[in-house]
Ligand binder design. Sequence first.
Ligand code: PLP
Length: 304
Amino acid sequence: MSGTSTGEAGVAYVDGRFLPLSEATIPITDWGFIRGDAVYDAIVFSRGCLFRLSDHVERFGHSMAKWRLEIALPPGRIREIVHEVVRRSGLRDGLVLIIATRGVPPSLGIRNPAYFENRFYAFCQILPPIAPAQKLRDGMSVVISKVRRIPEQSLDSTAKNFQWGDFTQARLEAHDRGADNALLLDYDGNVTEGPGFNAFIVSDGVLKTPAHHRLEGITRRTVIEIAERSGRRWEEADIALAELKRADEVFLCSSAGGVFPVIRVDDEIIGDGVCGSVTASILDEYWRLRVDPEWVEKVDYGDD
Ligand code: PLP
């Protein structure tokens, strides 16, 4: 097992101030902490280029609205803060988190969230690979978790939020079963998503991605746009477990990991057991776009 120390490089924005990540603190009574009552977004940057920042900030606004959180900062100011934490950190590659929490109870006896002043935090730090490079390139194994994805009727999964109970149990189950990660089904037995990533299958050259109980990932959207540009058919639909297992290719995607193939689901080998050609071409195009001037905002470090 490997890890990074908490004293690593990075910059945070808390209570209107920028400070080293290692000095950033939040009030322990914030419901973001004690109830996981928070929404967030995660923006990657490579070579000083923030990928699809406006799209992330827009989704963050939707997540807040769905969670009934309000902060005083307009989207333009949030974008500036994102640039500023990266600029001050000096990091060229990493991840920025923007977070809105319910906040602290205004006084001890108040439990009605309607009276809380919601809070905003941001920080940037390095982003270690989510899996060994060889697995990200050649393919990972996933298990289908016994834990079902919380239905979108109970918790709006299109709001990017901190309530990860189902994901965390699924990830632990994957660990116990010797797999790299997990996918969760809904209560009808269809594929949803996994702890921090969306899923696609490729069958007869057509891309398919789950329609329900999943986040509208920015990487997912990027994959769809790559498919559209290259004239490849795609659809959003229910994917039953049997369909997943007999797909020609399966891949997962997220800002933190990019596009990464799956070569085994439970005990079934997917396709030829290697990264398929459709996945490989989408993966290559995705990494090209990550630094494409059309898709990124460059951070001004003042020394380039
Ligand atoms: N699904 C969930 C539950 C996530 O938490 C994430 C990212 O953290 C994703 C999907 C992928 O979304 P994106 O591509 O915007 O990073």
